[in-house]
Design a protein around this ligand. Sequence first.
Ligand SMILES: C[S@@+](CC[C@H](N)C(=O)[O-])C[C@H]1O[C@@H](n2cnc3c(N)ncnc32)[C@H](O)[C@@H]1O
Length: 496
Amino acid sequence: MSDQGRRNDRGRERNRGANRARGGQQARKYSESSPAQRLREADPARLVAFEVLRAVSKDNAYANLVLPSKIRQYRLDKRDAGLATELSYGALRARGSYDAIIARCVDREISDVEEAIMDALRLGAHQLLAMRVPPHAAVNQTVGLARAVIGAGPASFINAVLRKIGSKDLAEWLIELSAGVSDPIKLAALEFAHPEWIIRALRQALVAHGRTVQEIDELLAADNAAPVVNLVALPGLGSLTEAFEAEFTPGPLVVNSALSSGGDPGRLGGVRDGSVRVQDVGSQLVARALAAAPLGAGPDQHWLDLCAGPGGKAALLAALAAQRGAQLVANEPLEHRAELVRKALSAVPKEHWDVMIEDGRDFGSQEPERYDRIMVDAPCSGLGALRRRPEARWRRTPAEVADLSQLQRELLASALKALRPGGVLAYVTCSPHPAETNAVVDDVLRGRSDIELLDAGEALDAVALEPLSAGHEKTAQLWPHLHHTDAMFLALIRKK
Ligand SMILES: C[S@@+](CC[C@H](N)C(=O)[O-])C[C@H]1O[C@@H](n2cnc3c(N)ncnc32)[C@H](O)[C@@H]1O
């Protein structure tokens, strides 16, 4: 038997003893109901949220991938699916702040508290401190869940800790935790539940793009807001009529887009046949900006998406290429992600695209000066999409950013070799971190007289439905708190 199993059984024994001592109904209830029965009795939305948190902590899973499959597995209705989403995303996002509060309420280091218990406490803390769940329901439901899935002993510990957490509201906890702290970064880390290194990087990014450090609180708050579902209808192929008849509204920033804060896109026929796709409006804008950028003299025939997996931008680019009679090569080095690219492209007529499985760093020497338009949507830290990946902020490390920025330089240099004279390349990241954006572009372009930077802010405005004011010194940065998109960075580079 596993340690967990032994602990559970010891817990159940203690529970039976306690209930016998009380001599009441409960003793019979717990001795008679099996673990499977108790699991069935647990509130399904909380059970799903707990399983998502466990998958993230234990298996390094991605919440945005696990959650939909758990919702299907437990057949949650719309209301419960919404509750499970709020519970799991909220508890994962605010983990840093909740852990600091939990640390004040337990008599040991939180690193010594079993992870499953920490996950149940985080779920309970989120209900008590950030949701309009009545406190007794937040505690009782979480303790009931813990009794079913962890055991009676841990459940009584969780009960005691949650009662301490619920003795103050979030504002009171933040005042207590920040007593004596004057460093604005530490204060923001507590209030907005972001690691300090990310706050430092985001502050630098704001300044690097002509904004002010004072905006940081708004940016951090936008990272914590529930993300809106964005759709794109592939030009010439998809229609949003069905989406507008459901809960979607026209996207104000770009044509052929739709937004909804509650709709289930999977129910739409267009999403099922691939002609309508879930895609952040920021991604739509950068893809369209590349497709619309003015080329130097020469053809507009061969397009390349160097880092295409899972295929979001490739699908939009291929549809745009098809309208122009051009062809897109979508490259992705990982076979399983290349398969996702094929699937993403399946709605576009096959004569307009091809999928390749290569290391993008080799592309430039293999196919020098072949392509008219190239998208380098480089692998990045994803710090611009924290709204959509609630656990990412606690998983990423500064060391990863350093490794990624080296890979980004190599990919950009290779893509520039593959670009024909007069061709245009978009260097894109869904991170505003200066080490992944301007620093990469500056380094790779330094000393090259054969390359010119186009004005990326103007290029975005040319494809947007309203002025975005995203440009600064030729590159452009979209922001969640200003544009309600992911924080996409765009540099547009033309070979002379
Ligand atoms: C940010 S994602 C691209 C997202 C994609 N453009 C979209 O819109 O769906 C970066 C992709 O680059 C791929 N990648 C990683 N290393 C690479 C390399 N050496 N060459 C080319 N692509 C690479 C990753 O596997 C990942 O699929």
